[in-house]
Design a binder for this molecule. Structure first.
Ligand code: SF4
Ligand code: SF4
Length: 506
């Protein structure tokens, strides 16, 4: 990395963001130290063009090809991610490969099979109120030759929400935008996940606000597999039903993307190389350019000199934008992604295939002597590549995770010592299920859990105007542990039906 001291104004961003602290400021000017790996992190934050990449690798440096950064690691140094070290001219992983035994203690125990499933579910159990009464059903029985107890209740949870996953690259709205039911706010657009848009609906602050009833109804309807109609502020109209494809502004996207633009190139590089001289895969996350991309170079693609209008992440990988165009970008006319052509690499007759990460749209263009592109019919090789992408995509669908906090007064219906129940859940001594479905309990304090609503029998969620949503929850543990935590053993009834060999002894 080189510094142009005339241009460097000593803003210090490069120092702050260098993962190896290989930049420092001397008299307010950036100085590159010996440990620079050419990772380029400083280039991304330096706004003044004061830094530029060395064209020739440093003597003795080894190029790491484990990721698109391609660090140049000098002897005794490590790469930007702090994983690989150059030891005597060889790159070695600094942490040895770990076996499961090495990490078992950190991973911790799962609940034993005897308590991982409840004897009965809480579906249809009702609720006792006030909570200091014993829970509606406390039953004992035997599972796997162990005496166990299941305590159930349909718990009203004011700390509850639903995280909705919409598998599509179609834009639904800005991250953080309000999600409305009619005119009432019921949630917001939250961080995208790989290939999916996400909505966070409900939550305690909305439930207790003016639009709480609407939020409670939406959570319950979605959790019960019913269709709901929502609108993202300044965004799309949505019709959502868990297990079904989404309808976005009246259209049904048929598939989710196969990966980001870079992943698509990595997956199908040989087919894409056979399809055209150059390939651009439009994607709102990473748009890729085959001839610059590591996968394209690996399969022998020649540089085309195309310059894309998006900012570069690493060679062949460009940060996209969001919009109503191809691949969820703003590019509605595919050629608009090309900003120019490097004159030194200008090649009349160059064929460029532009597509997106679902293979839904694809156009082939040919470059003429004047530097203009004209669209030509897709060749068989292009069709084969597009079909390989589209047939590898999963169907677009809606799924949802219900989130609830059960660490409050409902614990009193289970035990006289609520903290002991909380600890038992975290120590895998008490297994929490929702309608019999396994949950993920969030780490730290309290009993905050997540459950895939498609694993809970439809129609098991309700809402009440406190407002709160009502969720069927079960705690299953050994009888010995239940007694030790101050459980309501006096209210325990034997479990008489089912697969269990014998009811609990009196
Ligand atoms: S290229 Fe990477 S290692 Fe080198 S100075 Fe910039 S940020 Fe630091
Ligand atoms: S894997 Fe790490 S060391 Fe290798 S190129 Fe990427 S950031 Fe650098």
């Amino acid at each position: 990395m080189k510094v142009d001291v005339e241009k460097c104004i000593g803003c210090g961003f490069c120092v702050r963001d260098c993962p190896l602290e290989a930049v420092r400021l001397v008299k307010k000017k950036a100085v590159i130290r010996d440990h620079c790996t050419q990772c380029g992190a400083c280039l991304k934050v330096c706004e003044h063009g004061a830094l530029s990449r060395d064209s020739v690798p440093a003597p003795g440096a080894v190029t790491c090809d484990a990721c698109p950064i391609f660090c140049q690691v000098k002897e005794g140094d490590m790469g930007a991610c702090h994983r690989f070290e150059n030891k005597a001219g060889k790159l070695v992983r600094m942490t040895p490969l770990r076996s499961f035994r090495d990490v078992a203690e950190t991973v911790g125990e799962d609940p034993s099979p005897a308590i991982s499933k409840p004897l009965i579910t809480a579906i249809g159990s009702g609720t006792t109120y006030p909570d200091c009464k014993p829970a509606p059903a406390i039953v004992g029985g035997r599972q796997q030759d162990v005496d166990v107890v299941t305590v159930v209740t349909e718990a009203p949870l004011s700390y509850s929400s639903i995280l909705v996953k919409i598998d599509t690259d179609v834009q639904v709205g800005e991250e953080g935008a309000d999600v409305l039911s009619g005119k009432r706010k019921v949630g917001m657009v939250t961080t995208e996940q790989y290939g999916s848009k996400m909505l966070s609906l409900g939550g305690v602050n909305l439930l207790t606000g003016k639009t709480g009833f609407a939020a409670a109804r939406i959570i319950t309807d979605l959790a019960n597999g019913k269709e709901v109609r929502l609108k993202v502020k300044d965004g799309s109209k949505l019709i959502l039903q868990v297990g079904q494809p989404p309808i976005i502004n009246g259209d049904t996207p048929l598939s989710m993307r196969v990966g980001c633009g870079s992943a698509t190139l990595g997956l199908f590089a040989p087919l894409l190389k056979a399809a055209a001289d150059e390939v651009i895969i439009l994607d709102s996350h990473i748009t890729s350019l085959m001839s610059e991309h590591a996968a394209g170079r690996f399969v022998g693609a020649r540089p085309s000199g195309l310059i894309l209008r998006f900012p570069m992440s690493t060679p062949g990988r460009y940060f996209g934008d969001h919009g109503k165009g191809w691949g969820g970008t703003s590019i509605e006319e595919p050629l608009n992604v090309i900003e120019g052509i490097d004159e030194d690499r200008f090649r009349p007759g160059l064929r460029v295939l532009i597509t997106e990460t679902t293979g839904r749209n694809g156009k082939l263009f040919e470059l003429n002597e004047n530097g203009d592109f004209r669209e030509i019919p897709l060749t068989e090789a292009c069709k084969e590549a597009l079909s390989a992408i589209s047939s590898s995509c999963e169907s677009s669908r809606v799924s949802a995770v219900y989130m609830g906090g059960a660490g409050g007064s409902a614990r009193a219906g289970v035990t006289r010592y609520p903290i002991k129940l909380t600890r038992a859940v975290h120590e895998a001594k008490a297994s929490l299920t929702v309608g019999g479905a396994p949950v993920y309990v969030l780490p730290g304090g309290g009993i905050n859990f997540m459950v895939d609503v498609e694993r809970v029998k439809q129609g098991s969620f309700y809402w009440t105007p406190t407002p709160a949503t009502i969720c069927p929850i079960e705690y299953t543990m050994t009888c010995a542990d239940y007694g030790e935590m101050g459980g309501h053993v006096e209210a325990m009834k034997p479990f008489k039906t089912g697969d269990f060999s014998r009811p609990l002894p009196d």
